[in-house]
Design a protein around this ligand. Sequence first.
Ligand SMILES: Nc1ncnc2c1ncn2[C@@H]1O[C@H](COP(=O)(O)OP(=O)(O)OP(=O)(O)O)[C@@H](O)[C@H]1O
Ligand SMILES: [Mg+2]
Length: 294
Amino acid sequence: MKPVRVLTIAGSDSGGGAGIQADLKTITVLGGFGMSVVTALTAQNTLGVHGIHEVPPEFVAAQFDAVATDIGVDAAKTGMLANSEIIRVVAGKVREYGIEKLVVDPVMAAKGGMALIREEAKRILIAELIPLALVLTPNIPEAEVLSGMRIETLADMKEAARIIRNLGAGNVVVKGGHLAGDAVDLLYDGRDFREFRSPRIATEDTHGTGCTYSAAIATGLALGRDVAGAVAEAKLYINEALRHAWRLGGGHGPTNHLAPLFASGVVAAGNEHHAETGAAGKSAGRSHDREPNP
Ligand SMILES: Nc1ncnc2c1ncn2[C@@H]1O[C@H](COP(=O)(O)OP(=O)(O)OP(=O)(O)O)[C@@H](O)[C@H]1O
Ligand SMILES: [Mg+2]
C-alpha cells in the first residue's frame, strides 16, 4: 500500500505544538505520510520563542533533494522560512520538482501586526514563493501586510483576498482567527467566495493553530480533495483540535492533534480525561498575547 506523501517545510518547535512537530502530527492523523525540511530550530515552549537557530540554505536544499529525489512529494506546505536565502532556495526546489499542490502559510506577522521577517524577506516571499502557491493562508495581520489595508470585517476580508490573489496564488484563504465573533475563514478562488464558519472556541490554548490548519489543507490536497474540500476538512480538524486543546505549560497550550482519534476509540480514554481535567496544571499569570508560531 502506498500512502500519500506530504512534505512540510517549516521551523522546528521544541514545544511540540506548532511548526514541523504540529505539521507531522496533523499529516499523520489525517492519513498522510509526513516528511520534513527543517528551516530553523526554535527553542520554544507555550510561553514564547526563546531562541532561533537558522539552518544554512544549502542544508535546506539538501533535505529537500533527499526526500524529493527518493520518496517523492504529493503535496507540500511551507511555514516559517527564516530568511530571504531560504525562501529563494525553497521556491527554486518547488519549481525544480514541479510541486503543484503547494500550501504557503505566509508566516510573517504576529497578532497585532508585529513584523516577524525582514522587509527583504517579505519582498522575496511575495516575488518568488507566493506565485507558486495553490493555496495561500494568511491570518489577519499577514493579510493586512499583503493587501496594504486594514481588516476588521468580513467585507474587508473579501476586499483583501481580491488584492492578495493578484500576487499570483491560485486560491487565498484569509483566516479569521484574530477577529471577534465566529471564527470565519474566507476562501477566494478568483471567481467565488466561500465562507468556512465555526463558533469561536473560548480557549487560550491556541498554540499552533495556523501550522495545523495549513498542514491539514496540504494533506487533503494530497488525498485528492479539491481546494474547497481540503479547506472544509481542515476547518473541521482545527476546530476539534482546539475544542480538545491540551492544557500544557504556563502559556498558550497546544491544540490536540489526536482529537479525531478519541472519537474513534483508538486513543485510550485516560488520555482524554487528562485533557479535560487539565491534570498537567497551569501556572498563574499566563500571558494573553499569542506568540508567533514557526
Ligand atoms: N478561538 C477559535 N475558535 C475557533 N476557531 C479558531 C479559533 N482561533 C483560530 N481558529 C481557527 O484556526 C485556524 C487558524 O487561524 P488563525 O487565525 O489562528 O491562524 P494563525 O494566526 O496563522 O495561527 P498561528 O498563531 O498558529 O500562526 C482558522 O481556521 C481559524 O478560523
Ligand atoms: Mg500563522
